[in-house]
Ligand binder design. Structure first.
Ligand code: SF4
Length: 759
């Protein structure tokens, strides 16, 4: 399935010409250079790293290694250089340089090393996210290939099929205008289609127009006519299976709009730092110019990784184990490239023992500057942006405006929005926010009390829990005494808090009586404080360990002083994802049943959603629809709280099995789409400043959110996952933030009454 739709992708890349020596002599090529023109046959490792670093600093995701074919077979100095540096072959050296680039920069190598044997392709698979080789043409008698033993159709097709057998996401393509005719082009495209049908591995086909270059044997040939290029793109689109993307290089045509109209959905690699070494006379257009052209054309330019999403999202089939995390680390929820600006480098960590705090992992070395939830960098400014009302997103928003309820398919489409569609969704959500609650921004004065970090569960995202079964065994376990809990509640009340939020690990010695005792202790110390406590897991476990029906247990908790349940432990209410994130925790149905029972006995609760670890947007959509259905039944949810996954010290990230949390675009969309999905059912959407930071929260308030959550005098859970934002916020900081938006700030109660009415 092609995921792009109205999207046009490109790969932000840095071009690394590892060697410009080549044993072939193609009539159109200026890339290959003889010893007389290039003293050194290969880039050194230092030069490779230097170029890759420039690319990483400029925000690239791909390191495109382009090289001549097997230079050691022709040039003695290439053989000598490889031997001197301890390499058996060019491919051997390429493998080492790909590995070095991944380690130093995290950029994903794409190897373009020509016609290779199956063994050579296999050697590159553990150090590349994708590989490529142009078929060029299947005509064996072209003059331009007379001095090119690697350009025989048999060698090219053998390489293409070998890549398929090895399950390598592969880029290939044809050259148009080098002496072949229309039938030849059709034959080449049909051969590529056959190879893809056999293995499913061709991710894209480049349709590249011949452009004559001075100093080459073909310098006087006419360039490929624009109409022939356009016709060939249309042929490619109709001959190739729908799953194969079609690309044309944007720097080889003066006008890219006809290419878009002919059916391309990709512009290939575009480098902000290096020239196109294969076509050095043709500068790459700036991504911003292409973006503007696409938007005028009604499409959206989107960065991708060198490996396309269909392959990135099926890593066990398509990626060597060693490449799965490097790809995941640069992916967004759709398997496309993370699109927050900044430098992205591999995260390095060290232990720093901070007992009782949970934050035992510290990020060290050169740090990424790209935004991430819980990090210290401000997010990019996405809102208010320049909205566009059109396409699928426009249709869905118009439907909602007319009173239709968006289902899973529509919500997933909204979550996939990019560019001006994001601004359109946020503006629409902002209008719904005004319709539901007006301009007031609310917050609650509260204190978090995490009474124990000892837990028998094995949630793989959780850096907070300590215990024999926990995945993160570092740091000291603790269990607060009942009188410490009561004292903290008393302190909170004296400082003006109206709520205590109590959550913790599932201690092996707890039974349901513990939670009852906590409620009684808090209420005895501060009778009027609102007890907002216990996740669906804690309540379900409490009842189970007592052998008591859930509803009866919830009634007793209410009698003991409990007033509402936090929605945490929901994570993502989609069981396949829960099996990865928290395999032994309550299931989706159990979470929903717990909240259903709580609502039945008169306890309110909220919906939370932790997003950005391993799941895709369809799971967010299911989460919203399932909780919306329950809200229709009970009306017991007061708010939606989006909780972006904080990756830094999370076990699932440290064991290289999760993304770096959501991108900021995804954060904006989750809050805006939640506002749209819950229209008329849940009026409040909260921005979690602990994870997003105040600058991020400010933008969410422009895109559907109306609440800033709690002042949180202690918040250990996000910090245990590595969040760097503080442990508390004061009213003045909230006020400054909100006044910048021209909106009033009001203190609320937990259940969204005004605080003055309560105190
Ligand atoms: S998320 Fe909660 S249940 Fe899961 S391991 Fe952490 S403390 Fe335990």
């Amino acid at each position: 399935m092609i995921v792009t739709g109205s999207r046009i992708t490109y790969s932000p890349k840095v071009f690394i010409p590892l060697t410009q020596r080549c044993r072939d002599a193609c009539g159109y090529c200026t890339f290959a250079q003889p010893p007389a023109r290039l003293a050194q046959p290969y880039l050194t490792a230092d030069e490779v790293v230097k170029i890759a670093r420039q690319g990483a600093t400029a925000g690239c995701h791909e390191a495109l290694f382009t090289l001549g074919e097997r230079p050691e077979a022709r040039y003695p100095d290439a053989r000598a250089w490889l031997a001197l540096h301890g390499y058996d072959s060019t491919v051997d050296y390429l493998v080492a340089m790909c590995r070095l680039v991944i380690a130093e920069t995290g950029l994903l190598p794409h190897a373009n090393a020509g016609a290779l044997s199956e063994d050579e392709l296999a050697a590159l698979r553990p150090v590349t996210a994708s590989q490529g080789m142009m078929i060029e043409t299947l005509r064996a008698d072209l003059r331009c290939h007379r001095g090119a033993p690697d350009k025989t159709p048999a060698r090219r097709l053998a390489t293409l099929d070998a890549a398929g057998r090895l399950a390598i996401p592969f880029t290939t393509g044809i050259l148009v205008g080098i002496g072949e005719d229309r039938q030849d082009r059709i034959a080449a495209l049909e051969a590529i289609a056959r190879s893809h049908e056999g293995h499913g591995h061709v991710q894209e086909v480049i349709v590249q127009n011949f452009v004559p270059k001075p100093g080459t044997a073909m310098q006087d040939w006419p360039p490929c006519p624009a109409d022939v290029l356009v016709e060939t793109i249309a042929l490619a689109r109709s001959i190739l299976p729908a799953a194969v993307h079609v690309q044309a290089p944007p720097n080889l045509s003066d006008d890219v709009v006809p290419l878009l109209e002919a059916g391309i959905d990709d512009f290939g690699g575009i480098s902000p730092v290096t020239i196109d070494h294969v076509n050095p006379e043709r500068a790459w257009p700036a991504a911003e110019r292409l973006r503007a052209i696409c938007e005028k054309h009604g499409t959206t330019l989107v960065p991708r990784l060198t490996v396309y999403p269909e392959f990135a999202l099926d890593p066990t089939r398509w990626l060597d184990e060693a490449m799965r995390f490097p790809v995941l680390d640069r992916s967004d929820a759709e398997g496309l490239a993370r699109d927050d600006p900044g430098v992205m480098l591999p995260q390095r960590t060290a232990d720093v023992g901070q007992p009782l705090d949970g934050a035992e992992v510290s990020v060290i070395g050169r740090r990424s500057t790209v935004w991430c939830s819980g990090g210290s960098y401000d997010p990019p400014r996405l809102l208010p942006g320049s909205p566009r009302m059109g396409g699928r997103v426009g249709e869905i928003l118009q439907g909602v405006e007319a009173g239709q309820e968006p289902g899973v398919e529509e919500l997933t489409a909204l979550f996939s929005a990019r560019g001006p569609d994001v601004a359109a969704i946020a503006r629409f959500a902002d209008a719904l926010r005004f319709e539901a609650v007006g301009d007031v921004v609310t917050f609650v004065k509260n204190r978090n009390i995490n009474y124990t970090n000892i837990c028998t569960f094995r949630c793989r995202f959780c850096g907070f829990a300590k215990g024999p079964l926990s995945l993160n065994l570092r740091g000291k376990p603790y269990l607060l005494d009942m009188d410490v809990i009561a004292e903290r509640a008393r302190e909170a009340w004296e400082l003006g808090a109206t709520e205590v939020c109590l959550q913790g690990g599932i201690h092996p010695q707890f039974d349901g009586e513990y939670y009852l005792a906590v409620c009684r202790a808090v209420k005895a110390a501060v009778p009027d404080i609102h007890v907002h406590a216990f996740t669906a897991l804690e309540v379900t476990e409490g009842a189970r360990r007592l052998g008591e029906p859930l509803e009866s247990y919830l009634r007793r908790l209410k009698d003991a002083g409990l007033r509402s349940l936090p929605g945490t432990a929901a994570e993502i209410l989609d069981d396949p994802v829960r099996r990865i994130l928290c395999p032994d925790k309550v299931t989706t149905d159990e979470w929903l049943e717990c909240h259903r029972a709580a609502h039945r006995v008169g306890l309110a609760s909220n919906v939370t959603m932790m997003f950005g670890a391993v799941e895709q947007p369809v799971s967010w959509a299911r989460h919203l629809v399932r909780t919306r259905d329950l809200q229709k039944e009970t009306g017991g949810f007061t708010e939606f709280v989006g909780l972006p996954f904080v990756h830094m010290a999370s076990p699932i990230y440290l064991t290289r099995q999760a993304r770096r949390g959501p991108t900021f675009r995804e954060v904006v969309l989750v809050h805006a789409v939640a506002r749209i999905a819950y229209r008329g059912l849940i009026d409040n959407v909260q921005a979690s400043w602990v994870k997003i930071g105040l600058r991020g929260a400010e933008q969410l308030l422009e895109g559907g959110a109306n609440d800033l959550g709690g002042t949180l005098m202690n918040e250990n859970i996000s910090r245990a996952a590595g969040a760097e934002h503080g442990q508390c916020m004061d009213e003045e900081s909230f006020r400054r933030l909100v006044s910048g938006l021209g909106r009033p700030l009001e203190q609320r109660t937990t259940l969204y009454g005004r605080a003055a009415a309560l105190v």
